[in-house]
Design a protein around this ligand. Structure first.
Ligand SMILES: O=c1[nH]c(=O)c2nc[nH]c2[nH]1
Length: 484
């Protein structure tokens, strides 16, 4: 089952907004982005005069005009790179919003392990995974780093669905062979069995997408407490043998950190446990990293391992505030994760919004005793910065920084078309069928009055937007979601 290809070349016309660097968005208006049949961006023409120049553009590219689809934005719409969710548990999707007052370790036992175990039923797994992939696409997530479950057929089904529905994905069979940290019906039999099953899932993904053009396996030791030393050692060896990415959890919750210290007394800290087994590589995605020490941040920076910042989950299950600026200052790459269902929302836009808010909590005077006022103020993230984390930062975290995250020649076209609600002057008074006058399109919570700058429109989208503003989504040039 090869990933589907586009039959035609495409030109996208209008306004494009993407990150130039951490704190800078670039606004490209009257721009043409040309995407070939393979989904690659082959030209970006700014200040493009559509009427005059389309034929010139085609002849420059050697394209036959009859084999090109042209997509133009309506007023107020813009293209934005697709979001990258660097940490999400697909089998936990039905539990989104269900966490009560639990914290990590009791949350795992109460809500998470039972739901994950139940997805051995492939009919249920298909229902849950199909919904999860479609829902995240509808929120503009073009790439997701998924944890599946310990079950190989269900994990393979998730990979199949990502491929069929067109979402770029990393799909990991979850490894957990420590019987003391799992229910009897949801645990790998042994380290050897865990590794054999992981290899089975890797072989399946290689069979359906041999070049990992869209879907790739990712080695997934759940977290240190779930794994024996033997399985961590074998997974480290597998990472070295295959060069595959690794994903796991790190330093999320204080009781978890104490547990790790008691289980691995020989290691000098939580991050050092993974390092001791060769699991901190430049392709390692570490979710949470809330309570890291200075030495641990230095270790991650030296290894080139990256952090998935999950502000929704860190707040919901009371884990703490990860210090994004502190990590970035120490040279650790950071992206955003929804962490469904520790996080209640499948939206990366929501994760961006919460990253902004959590960074403001860090700036509050009672926070971080001993930190200077100036450093606390520096903790605040801007709209530009969280959008970087949601796109280019995330691309770095999952190792796709050359392929996705911006509108640049040579990158693949993973994009979302954003539409904000333009408040018509005529609608100042009350009319019959208010809100239906343009055919009933629901533009959601973002009201644009027309006097806003583009920077203000983007800020309004970040703080008030949702999936109603995500009109269309493309992955590798293929249309994968249309809002109806
Ligand atoms: O947020 C989390 N979600 C999980 O499923 C999990 N497992 C270990 N640690 C975890 N943290």
């Amino acid at each position: 089952m090869a990933p589907p290809k586009n039959e035609r070349n495409q030109v996208f016309l209008g306004s494009f907004i993407h990150s130039k660097k951490l704190d800078e968005l670039e606004y490209l208006h009257n721009t043409a982005v040309c995407v070939d049949k393979s989904g690659k961006i082959v030209a970006v023409e700014a200040e493009h005069d559509v009427e005059k120049n389309l034929d010139t553009l085609y002849s420059k590219l050697g394209w036959d005009a009859s084999n090109v689809d042209v997509h133009s934005t309506k007023e107020g719409q813009f293209f934005f790179p697709g979001f990258i969710d660097t940490h999400i548990h697909a089998p936990q999707y039905p539990n989104a919003g269900i966490f009560g007052k639990s914290t990590l370790l009791d949350w795992l036992n109460t809500y998470t392990f039972p739901m994950e175990a139940s997805l051995k039923d492939l009919t249920k797994a298909r229902r849950v995974y199909g919904r999860c992939v479609r829902k995240t696409l509808s929120h503009g997530t073009t790439t997701a780093a998924y944890y599946a479950t310990i079950d190989v057929p269900a994990t393979n089904l998730l990979a199949d669905l990502c491929l069929a529905l067109g979402q770029r994905a990393f799909v990991g069979r979850v490894c957990m062979d420590n019987p003391d940290m799992a229910p009897a019906d949801y645990v790998d039999e042994s380290a050897d069995a865990s590794l054999a099953l992981t290899r089975e899932s890797i072989a399946h993904i290689r069979a359906i997408d041999p070049d990992y053009a869209l879907v790739s396996p990712v080695l997934t030791p759940r977290f240190a407490p779930s794994c024996t030393r033997d399985s961590l050692r074998q997974l480290g060896a597998l990472a070295a043998e295959t060069g595959l990415p690794v994903q796991t959890h790190l330093s999320e919750n204080v009781r978890e950190i104490e547990l790790v210290a008691s289980l691995f007394p020989e290691a000098d800290g939580y991050a050092a446990v993974y390092d001791g087994f060769g699991l901190l590589t430049p392709r390692t995605i570490l979710a949470h990293a809330v309570h890291l020490s200075e030495a641990e941040a230095g270790l991650l920076a030296r290894r080139g391992s990256k952090v998935s910042h999950c502000p929704c989950s860190n707040s919901a299950i009371t884990s703490g505030e990860a210090r994004v600026r502190w990590l970035l200052d120490r040279g650790v790459g950071v992206g955003l994760g929804t962490d469904v269902s520790g996080g209640y929302s499948p939206s990366v836009l929501e994760a961006a919004r919460l990253a902004l808010l959590v960074s403001r909590h860090l700036a509050m005077p009672h926070q971080q005793p001993g930190v200077s006022d100036a450093d606390r103020e520096r903790a605040k993230l801007s709209v530009e910065e969280v959008l970087y984390l949601a796109t280019r930062g995330g691309a770095e975290v999952v190792g796709l920084e050359r392929r996705v995250g911006a509108f640049e020649v040579g990158m693949e076209f993973d994009a979302q078309l954003i539409g904000l609600g333009l408040v018509e002057e005529a609608s100042a008074g009350i009319k019959e069928n208010e809100g239906q006058e343009d055919g009933g399109e629901d533009d959601g919570n973002v009201d644009v009055f027309g006097w806003e700058t583009w920077e203000e429109k983007v800020a309004k989208w970040v703080f008030n937007g949702d999936d109603r503003n995500t009109k269309r989504v493309w992955v590798k040039g293929r249309l994968v979601h249309t809002r109806v």
